[in-house]
Write a protein that binds this ligand. Structure first.
Ligand code: FAD
Length: 489
């Protein structure tokens, strides 16, 4: 109903029905997939909203600003319409609504995408935050997890039942985005990436159909969603394989003298190349707000007490420790330990990629830039890959980077925009200084920033043509494009 019609109805003594409690109703200007303009008819929006078990949030509604917020404050976008879907049927309805108007479409799981790909200006956001929950089949060791769930939903349901699978390191990251891109986490070297434990998905494709993809049904889609990101539709349920787990891990954080960084990193790379599977280990150089730099090797261990002790001893030997913290703790507490420092609403910039072979030149590039350009709040972190992740063939799933030895990430975040801009400039300059050393390694799609089409294609490597063909089959109009986008053939 147009504003003047509402006024007319009010003057005639007929109060218009407005499920949102707005003073008036109106058509809504929106943006199409190709960047053109369209107008969403008020009657269509009402009809769409009436059929949802979730709800619709428009500009001007109470809660709009909260609903449009994502983790990285660098992206302050204003969608025309946010469809908060509470069921698979809602998602199918929302996909069809977007398709009917050819709307620019973003899909929001946990909202953690660093490059802001789960929102958009003027388009529609399918928000899955009402579609949460995990059911555990203890005997069958399977978790069924709704597509908008956070990692804590999975961990908190599975671990008390003596079961676990690989999930990321911050508990309120979305299971959706994390899983579809790969899923790096503290148990990856033992149990593989999160995708290596995906038994199947329920997915709404671009035509609004609900499909299942697993080893028996739609096998092409099952292959593609394991690493191909959100290109193929909206996943409304994941089924994960679970592994027996006693819920306890050993954490360690060993400090070293930053002036010994080159020697330390040489030893760290060597250790990472042959570390046992039960060792999750990372090294980081950072600079505090006081300008003091920090060098640390930290991680999480499973395995027997002897295996854990041996691993800590090996890490201590990487250099001359200046501080030493080792604890046996609940895995669930560790999974939530970075939640506060990684909170929503900071301005964040980071660049990331994989190293293949590392040499003395790699180490020189890493340390020389860091030392020559001290940046308060700046961080360089390395994570040892390999183990079970590296034993899967690069074409067994869509995730191609199986040979990576280390994941490297540079940048930082701040609640202050000006400070964040400095960190962004620093991160970009740091990346420029080291990018040649990552050339063979590619990057993790869930950490991409401003990669561009060519780099995305190159990164998928030998899997790219197969992904393009599957994209053409399930999303020929490229409706799902706000992701590490694969153009249909
Ligand atoms: C603080 C922080 C910690 C992180 N830690 C880790 C980590 O430990 N391991 C790791 O691997 N990654 C990690 N990441 C990266 C993370 O995997 C990505 O940011 C991922 O995109 C987050 O998923 P999400 O659902 O929260 O993201 P969103 O921003 O909601 O979505 C990201 C992308 O996934 C798509 N998507 C999301 N859900 C669905 C769905 N159900 N169906 C179809 N498409 C969907 C979206 O369209 C979008 O393209 C971290 C990121 C942050 C900010």
């Amino acid at each position: 109903m147009k504003r003047r019609d509402v006024l007319g109805a009010a003057l005639a003594g007929l109060a218009p029905f407005d499920p949102w409690g707005r003073a008036w109703a109106a058509d809504v200007a929106a943006v199409t997939l190709s960047g053109g303009s369209t107008t969403l008819k008020d009657a269509d929006i009402r009809d769409f909203a009436k059929g949802l078990s979730g709800n619709v949030v428009l500009q001007g509604d109470a809660g709009y600003d909260e609903a449009r917020q994502i983790w990285n404050a660098m992206f302050d976008k204003r969608p025309a319409l946010i469809a908060r879907c509470a069921s698979t049927a809602d998602v199918a309805r929302a996909v069809q609504f977007a398709r009917g108007y050819d709307l620019l479409l973003a899909v929001r799981g946990g909202g953690h995408n660093i490059a802001g790909l789960s929102t958009c200006d003027g388009g529609m956001v399918i928000d899955l935050s009402l579609l949460r929950g995990a059911k555990i089949d203890r005997a069958g060791r399977v978790a069924r997890v709704a597509g908008g769930s956070l990692l804590a939903d999975l961990d908190d349901a599975a671990v008390p039942q003596g079961l676990v699978t690989t999930a990321g390191v911050v508990s309120y990251t979305g299971a959706g985005g994390l899983t579809l891109g790969g899923g790096i986490g503290r148990l990856q070297r033992t149990h593989g990436l999160t995708i290596d434990n995906v038994l199947g998905v329920e997915i709404v494709t671009a035509d609004g159909k609900v499909l299942r993809a697993n080893k028996d049904e739609n096998q092409d889609l099952h292959w593609a969603v394991r690493g191909g990101g959100g290109n193929f539709g909206v996943v409304t349920e994941f089924q994960y394989r679970l592994h027996p787990f006693d819920g306890k891990v050993t954490t360690f954080s060993i400090g070293f003298d930053p002036s010994d960084a080159k020697n330390l990193l040489a030893n760290y790379f060597e250790y990472g190349a042959s570390a046992p599977d039960w060792v999750y280990v990372s090294a980081a150089m950072s600079t505090g707000q006081d300008g003091k730099s920090n060098l640390r090797v930290s991680g999480v261990l499973i395995g027997t007490p002897d295996q854990r002790e041996a691993a800590v001893a090996a890490v201590r030997k990487l250099g001359s420790p200046t501080s030493d913290r080792v604890n046996v703790v609940d895995y669930l507490a560790v999974q939530k330990s970075a939640d506060v420092s990684s909170r929503f609403g900071n301005y964040h910039y980071s660049k990331a990629g994989f190293f293949g072979e590392t040499t003395k030149d790699t180490i020189d590039a890493l340390v020389d830039f860091f030392n020559a350009n001290p940046m308060p709040g700046g961080n360089m972190s390395l994570l040892t890959m390999g183990g079970a992740v590296g034993r899967v063939a690069p074409d067994a799933t869509a995730y191609p980077n199986r040979a990576a030895t280390q994941n490297i990430d540079v940048g930082g975040g701040s609640s202050d925009r000006a400070a964040a801009d400095k960190l962004m400039a620093w991160g970009r300059a740091y990346w420029k200084a080291i990018v040649d050393h990552t050339a063979g390694g590619g990057f993790y799609v869930n950490q991409m920033m401003e990669e561009g089409e060519r780099r995305v294609a190159d990164n998928f490597g030998g899997n790219y043509q197969r992904l393009k063909a599957i994209k053409a089959k399930y999303d020929p109009g490229n409706q799902f494009r706000l992701n590490a986008n694969i153009k249909p053939t």
